[in-house]
Ligand binder design. Structure first.
Ligand code: NAP
Length: 322
């Protein structure tokens, strides 16, 4: 699998990142270990977790991180890069930001304990709180860096204007600032009208920012929860997937993209998964999709996309902008 160095860091990460939100919770320990082993055997080294995972299951908050800790102790793998996240609102009060230094340091300390590590390689703010000045946020994150608790920091679900502001302030402070952004992004456009309003999915403004500045994107839900594959297999879409990717608003666009995917698949012999992930990786700035397999079979299918990168022409054709 391709290994790339994230700009402004010494983090050497695999071209696909393994999402572990369900590990140790909806996915059993044995199956989680099998997927982690399979990912590493195929050259993967980049793992994504968060303090809040899997607060919504009986396994509870921190189970993904604790599972990773167990696996790290059992396997002692080389060169693993761990990304975790804090500052997520409480699930029962999503509109209430959690960006005070006490909130975020509390999350960070919990993650360090759960993971059993002294420092987190890449630490994301899971959400933004626009009421808090960006300068205060960067000063807090620099404090974590100086204390050795995080090696680099990044943002997830931040809007373009706030990232631009952070980049400007980082320049003035003479620090690297956010070294990546983790947006919701896939070939299928999401309809979030009825969903979580704290999400900040990829849009034209964010795309322009990444293109102009070269800021890496590490997109989540990069396979749109299997939307295209499930249509191709004639499977019924789960209600949440249908509401997000097949609503009246986005269905014409996404069905058009599905039809172009099928044409390109027939022309190139590449699978839908390879095309969907290769489309993300074909952009002009570094893109490391986070994959979210729920089984070893899905992991193997997604890993077959590891070395696929579409051309700029194919990227534009699939999106319908060529
Ligand atoms: N920063 C954030 O706010 C945020 C939010 C969400 C997720 N994340 C991160 O991103 C990771 C992945 O997110 P996600 O699970 O939403 O992404 P995803 O990969 O787009 O969705 C996962 C779902 O897609 C289907 N799938 C996955 N691989 C497949 C394959 N090869 N073939 C067919 N279907 C496939 C499965 O659906 P079925 O189970 O129905 O088969 C699976 O449950 C998480 O583990 C987490 O680390 C971050």
């Amino acid at each position: 699998m391709e290994i790339l160095t994230l700009p402004h860091t010494d983090l050497k990460v695999s071209g696909l990142c393994l999402g572990t939100a369900s590990f140790g919770a909806d996915i059993s320990e044995a199956d989680s270990f099998a997927m982690l082993d399979g990912f590493v055997e195929q050259g993967g080294n980049f793992l994504d977790t968060a303090a809040i995972y899997a607060d919504w299951t009986p396994a509870g908050k921190g189970s993904s991180e604790r599972l990773l800790s167990k696996w790290l102790s059992a396997r002692s793998p080389q060169d693993i890069v761990i990304a975790s996240k804090g500052a997520h609102p409480e699930l029962h009060s999503m509109a209430v930001g959690r960006m005070t230094p006490q909130d975020v340091e509390g999350d960070l300390n919990a993650s360090l304990g759960n993971l059993g590590v002294e420092s987190i390689d890449l630490y994301y703010l899971h959400r933004d709180d626009p009421a808090v000045p960006v300068e205060e946020i960067l000063e807090m994150l620099e404090g974590f860096k100086s204390a050795g608790k995080v090696r680099y920091y990044a943002c997830s679900n931040w809007h373009a204007n706030r990232i631009r502001e952070a980049q400007e302030i980082a320049r003035k402070m003479n620090v690297a600032g956010f070294v990546a952004s983790q947006p919701l992004w896939s070939l299928a456009k999401p309809d979030l009208t009825g969903g979580d309003q704290t999400l900040a999915p990829m849009n034209d403004e964010l795309l322009a920012l990444h293109g102009e500045t070269g800021l890496p994107a590490i997109p989540y839900t990069s396979q749109a929860n299997g939307y295209f594959q499930k249509i191709a297999d004639g499977k019924e879409l789960k209600a949440a997937v249908a509401a997000t990717y097949d609503s009246e608003i986005v269905r014409p666009l996404n069905r058009g993209r599905f039809s172009r995917l099928q044409t390109l698949s027939a022309e190139t012999g590449l699978s839908l998964t390879q095309l969907v992930l290769g489309w993300l990786r074909g952009h002009e700035f570094p893109v490391v999709p986070i994959i979210g397999p729920q089984s070893v079979g899905q992991l193997e299918d997604s890993l077959r996309a590891a070395d696929v990168k579409l051309s700029a022409q194919q990227v534009a054709e699939l999106a319908g902008t060529a």
